[in-house]
Design a protein around this ligand. Structure first.
Ligand SMILES: C[S@@+](CC[C@H](N)C(=O)[O-])C[C@H]1O[C@@H](n2cnc3c(N)ncnc32)[C@H](O)[C@@H]1O
Length: 320
């Protein structure tokens, strides 16, 4: 672990003193929810983005926040949508608009948008072609879709959002309290929030999917203050901060697990507080989290969520 720690400290220091370089590097290395490689272009990229919006539609129906079935729903229709952490394209925003969203705005702490208009155009047109939509509609659908990099400019739009979506984002948020405080101001009182959260070690895993939990908190913070590595929050942490700001969980399901047998072999080496968590809790490597605000009809009837026995996500959805 010593050599790895040295490298991580150096990388964090470099990012601290050269944030522009860090943003550029992240763009170059395609730090996205789809992990680079084949999924960055061509059919695989189209599959990815189509899958992302279909997953929101399915999980929305499954959680009962909109009508629909296992195949989908009209979760976007008539909504004012905020996408957290869209990453390097506006593909999800465009598809949400095409599926009836009134408007879509993005909020991303980093400017990762791909700087290659031809590549983006090919992606957007390819996505529209798949749905049978006229590919010349790209500009119309993306008109007014802006990704904000600071909350002040997002708030200045005066919009309040009734649907917030994110995928592979919350685990990168340093201060979840600040984010939720802002979301409280930015959402309508009947808002729905759908997050897909990847709770695996990613960015510097070398042995297994929980190995980022080996670092004591102080050391982990020291190597990640200026890079977008995961925050290591487990499911309970996301529920706690959401509830603190009046967002009620109506659905939690696991997207991926590590076997309890494997957890048993790793647990003793983990840093606290992780070592003290139950094997069942530690085994969850990702979740779908659907929440509503107090004005939503589901808010009152919501039952307590038992994180010791999270059900698996509905089948047919992307694993991460
Ligand atoms: C792993 S990428 C996922 C991108 C995209 N959602 C996807 O699925 O390809 C994480 C994204 O979260 C953004 N992000 C990190 N911290 C954030 C924060 N505090 N608020 C908003 N976005 C953040 C990153 O800049 C990046 O775009």
């Amino acid at each position: 672990m010593g050599a790895v720690t040295g490298y991580l400290l150096g990388r964090n220091l470099a990012f601290r003193h050269a944030p522009a370089l860090a943003n550029g590097l992240m763009r170059l290395t395609n730090v996205t929810g789809r992990g680079g490689g084949d999924a960055e272009a061509g059919e695989a990229a189209l599959d990815y983005f189509e899958g992302v919006v279909e997953d929101y539609e399915r999980i929305g129906a499954h959680a009962g926040v909109c009508e629909g079935d296992g195949h989908g729903s009209e979760i976007f229709r008539g909504r004012t949508v905020l996408e957290l952490g869209p990453g390097n394209t506006r593909a999800v925003a465009m598809l949400a608009r095409q599926r009836g969203a009134l408007s879509v705005a993005g909020y991303d702490a980093f400017d990762l948008q791909t700087r290659d208009p031809a590549r983006l155009r090919a992606l957007y047109e390819g996505l529209l072609k798949r749905t049978g939509e006229d590919r010349t509609k790209v500009d119309a659908l993306l008109e007014g879709v802006r990704v904000h990099h600071d909350v002040a400019s997002l708030k200045a739009t005066g919009r309040r959002f009734d649907l917030v979506i994110s995928r592979a984002v919350l685990e990168h948020v340093r201060d979840l309290t600040v984010l939720h405080r802002e979301l409280r101001e930015l959402t309508t009182d009947d808002a729905v929030l759908i997050h897909k959260i990847d709770m695996r070690s990613h960015g510097f895993e070398w042995d297994h999917e929980l190995d980022f939990l080996l670092f004591p908190e102080k050391l982990y913070r020291a190597v990640t203050t200026h890079i977008g590595e995961p925050n290591r929050v487990r499911a309970q942490g996301y529920l706690d901060v959401a509830q603190q700001y009046g967002f009620t969980p109506v659905h939690v399901s696991s997207t991926r697990r590590i076997s309890p047998e494997r957890v048993a072999t790793l647990r003793a080496a983990l840093a606290e507080p992780y070592r003290s968590l139950s094997p069942e809790v530690l085994s969850v490597l990702g979740i779908w989290l659907v929440l509503v605000r107090e004005g939503h009809p589901l808010a009152r009837a919501a039952k307590a969520i038992d994180l010791e026995s999270i059900p698996a996500a509905p089948s047919g959805m992307a694993p991460f």
